[in-house]
Design a protein around this ligand. Sequence first.
Ligand code: IMP
Ligand code: MG
Length: 179
Amino acid sequence: MCNDIEKVLIPKEEIATIVKNLGEQITKDFLGEELIVVCILKGSCIFFSDLVREIKLDVKFDFMVLSSYGNSTTSSKDVKIIKDLSENIKGKNVLIVEDIIDSGRTIKSLTELLMVREPKCLKVVTMLDKPERREVDIVTDYNGKVIPDEFVIGYGLDYAQNYRNLKDICVLSPSVYIK
Ligand code: IMP
Ligand code: MG
């Protein structure tokens, strides 16, 4: 596994600071309100678990599974819901928790789809943002860190379902996917 890592991009100490700051901003913005925090599985699970503990509000958890990359490092154009929310979000404050925004297609489709359900407010927090790769216009409300156009693994992020349990966010060695 160590040979597959090109370098550490964001060490765990920096991740903790980023997540704490995001939690503080979210707490401030929703003071006195309830929030449904939506974890987009599987990539966001670790970020979600850390982030919700930095949000000092009444929160409820919900989970969604969307169609994924398969074993590729590039995005598919079609986003499908594999597992939907378990609660109705009409009139509720909803925060979508994403691991990374790449082309922007996943978050664009997802927000369009959830807006139809008439939440009181729908916001997006992402741990990472790769703006160089954007294919569609999207707005994120809370951004952890902007990163360059490199394929990253760890802190929940995978390549072919591996490396999610790395504590740091690392750049995957291209030798793993360029044969
Ligand atoms: P988008 O629809 O192209 O914005 O893709 C977003 C999804 O692609 C993320 O939720 C991740 O699951 C996956 N993804 C994009 N870039 C990376 C990466 O560098 N490492 C791991 N997964 C990635
Ligand atoms: Mg994802």
